[in-house]
Design a protein around this ligand. Structure first.
Ligand code: AHR
Length: 689
């Protein structure tokens, strides 16, 4: 789109380190009366899948790890014994066909003074907060003389709660805490409750555990203990904290709040590799993810190496969209899994096409349709809005080249029933014209990303629209640092300037549990450089998160013409920074612009949003000239995020080290010069008439 954005750059020789300041001040000439195109209202969205403990151990509220004992077929992983107790997996005592395994617990010679039972440490700790009610539930049956009671509790693993709690806990809880602490040194109860009686049949039990005015902690575990001998079987052992909007089976409020603050337009789900699985059997088979949670068999997320209970199922994804007012962008399984398994187009593919049609009906059908009725039965009578369907994920990896024919089969069947749905292809197809094509990019240095920031400027405007369904500057781990954010912001200026063709975009991956941020066994991260990090207790946004939040909450509805002249340059692309994927420095380092910008306007208020990304380590004055307006107020706002070093970052212990600050600015007008700080992303809000 070179006709509307003219970039001239000042050429310097040598590396960035020897960059010397231009005599000529870079200039942005903004033509406010020349609307180049409408800005896409759906540009800034989210992409999600089960990776890095995104749902289990992440957004999904469940606190118990391996609640259905299916994470490992031979071992009750993540469960421990308390006291003189033995546990084993028991396939002979299933709860039902889906949860076809149970945990058999033999409480040995347990007594009131020497309780025995089971403990779960959750996903790197069970979190507790003050004055909070947790809902514990499980199915259980008993034999060999055991009839109850059972004590259910959240206890500390380091004894810290005892001093706080002993002053405030109920007499019964205090008794339990004293008994528990006496027999398990270093532990104390934050909250406890009793199940008085068990029978010989499976039955569901529920209790509420309410903490007092305790200090927040994740050094806790969930325990169920008995004070007498016998055998107890457990299944679907669950502990839920309060959830966002109080949804049953819902999401963690702190992470939902971070997402809500981004004001995302859509959510692409359920993947990603998670949609496809390594094999057809381990795909995201949506029909196994709806209905009561105790009827969901779960499946191995073999792409990323851990078990999913599918507690976060199709309905929960749709409700997540509803809660954050996002459009669902539903990716349907398209007959290709990552280890080169594919379903032949034609008759073999028909059941999968039907599955997709059923899935669309589950989301959008009324109660007179089979799957709409199922959704109503599952608790959501109202249909969900749905505009976007993506057929598969990264089908360019299908070496047989079957995607063209598979896409066609899905496209024709979906369009025949739902002509208004927009159908996204995951790679180039020739037999149909997709409504959008999904492109993914993961450059592993900020320079490599910045080098692509102008690639849409000259893109043909006649083909399918573009959905950048996965993108990220992979610099920094587990979450991107300021260098990553600068690369991301440069890239976003390019997407925003060209959002007449780039209609939608979503960073990936969205989430990472940072408790054990390694990719090895026992690690909580499969993919470094993720937008939002958390442990069991708290969460934080990376600098890239804040860059996106800034862009997403400050864009108008039209793109203005702009000439950018005398833009300084630097050497690039730079080698990968610490924490990113490996990258070889280019043999020759072509020069890159060092300053990136885009300009949009809110046509109803007149506000002009000028975004400027200064990737240099030196302050950069920029002249901003605006034509085609009667006036620009001298006062306005500037939202600025800056860092002292590109390595600066955020973390669980320093969550807002790099974060945007809104400043009042004066001296604005139709012709002014502003100095942009080193390593900074700035959005100027200009009140124009
Ligand atoms: O975002 C991580 C992975 O990258 C996605 O699952 C996949 O689509 C891509 O290759």
């Amino acid at each position: 789109m070179s006709f509307r954005l003219f970039v001239s750059i000042l050429v310097f020789t040598g590396a960035a380190a020897s960059f010397s300041r231009a005599q000529t001040v870079p200039t942005l000439q903004i033509k406010a009366d020349q609307v180049v195109a409408k800005a896409s209202p759906t540009l800034y969205g989210l992409m999600t899948e089960e990776i890095n403990y995104s749902y289990e151990g992440g957004l999904y509220g469940e606190l118990i790890r391996n609640r259905a004992f299916k994470a490992n077929p031979t071992n009750a992983v993540y469960w421990n014994t308390i006291g003189n107790c033995s546990i084993s997996l028991d396939p002979a005592t299933p709860l039902n066909g889906a949860l076809n395994m149970s945990l058999k617990v033999d409480t040995g010679n347990a007594s009131a003074n020497s309780p025995a039972g089971i403990a779960n440490d959750g996903y790197w700790g069970i979190p507790v907060r003050p004055n909070t009610t947790y809902r514990a539930s499980f199915y259980a049956k008993a034999a060999n003389g055991f009839t109850g009671p059972l004590t259910v509790a959240i206890v500390s693993t380091n004894g810290n709660a005892a001093t706080v709690e002993s002053r405030v806990m109920s007499p019964r809880a205090a008794e339990f805490a004293a008994s528990f602490g006496a027999h398990h040194s270093g532990t104390a109860a934050y909250a406890s409750a009793q199940i008085p009686r068990l029978t010989g049949d499976w039955q569901k039990y529920e209790v509420r555990l309410t903490t007092k005015n305790v200090k927040p902690s994740k050094d806790c575990r969930f325990v169920i203990t008995a004070g007498s001998p016998g055998t107890i079987w457990f299944q679907q052992v669950s502990l839920f904290p309060p959830t966002f909007n109080n949804r049953p089976n819902g999401n963690r409020p702190d992470i939902m709040k971070l997402l809500a603050d981004m004001k995302p337009a859509f959510l692409r789900f359920p993947g990603g590799n998670y949609l496809e699985g390594n094999t057809i059997e381990t795909r995201f088979n949506w029909k196994n993810t709806v209905g009561p949670v105790e009827q969901r068999p779960g499946h191995l997320d073999d792409g990323w190496g851990y078990w999913s209970t599918d507690g976060m199922g199709l309905l929960e994804f749709l409700e997540w969209c509803e809660d954050l007012k996002m459009q669902p962008l539903l990716a349907v399984y398209a007959g290709y899994s990552m280890r080169q398994a594919h379903v032949a187009p034609g008759a073999d593919l028909e059941p999968y096409v039907q599955d997709a049609l059923d899935e669309i009906e589950y989301a959008t059908g009324d109660a007179n349709t089979k799957w709409g009725a199922q959704r109503a039965k599952d608790g959501h009578p109202a249909p969900f809005p749905l505009t976007y369907i993506e057929v598969g994920n990264e089908d360019n990896f299908d070496r047989t080249g079957s995607y063209d024919a598979r896409y066609t089969q899905f496209y024709d069947a979906i369009k025949a029933k739902h002509p208004n749905l927009q159908i996204i292809a995951t790679t180039r197809v020739t037999t149909r014209t997709p409504d959008l094509t999904d492109e993914h990019l993961y450059p592993n240095s900020e320079g490599a990303m910045e080098a692509r920031a102008h690639e849409f400027d000259n893109h043909i405007r006649t083909g399918p629209k573009i959905f950048v369904g996965e993108w990220a500057t992979r610099v920094g781990a587990p979450t991107p640092n300021m260098a990553g954010a600068l690369g991301d912001a440069a890239w976003m200026t390019g997407m925003e300037r060209n959002s007449d063709i780039v209609l939608m975009a979503s960073y990936a991956p969205l989430f990472v549990n940072v408790s054990r941020p390694s990719r090895g066994a026992g690690g909580s991260m499969q993919w470094p450089t993720d937008l939002i990090g958390y442990d069991a207790l708290t969460s934080y946004g990376s600098p890239s998160y804040y860059a996106q939040q800034m862009f997403s909450t400050h864009h108008g509805d039209v793109i203005l013409a702009m000439d950018a002249t005398d833009i300084p340059v630097k050497a690039g692309p730079a080698p990968a920074r610490r924490g990113g994927a490996t990258n070889q420095p280019a043999a020759t380092t072509p020069q890159l612009p060092a300053l990136f910008s885009s300009v949009t306007r809110d046509s109803s208020s007149g506000t002009i949003y000028v975004k400027v990304v200064n990737t240099l380590g030196t302050p950069q004055p920029v002249k901003i000239q605006i034509s085609g307006v009667a006036s620009v107020a001298s006062d306005g706002d500037a939202v600025v995020m800056k860092a002292n070093s590109p390595d600066d970052t955020n973390s669980i212990t320093d969550p807002t080290h790099v974060a945007p600050v809104t400043e009042k600015v004066t001296g604005l007008g139709t012709d002014f010069t502003r100095e942009f700080p080193p390593y900074s992303i700035t959005i100027l809000e200009l009140k124009a008439k």
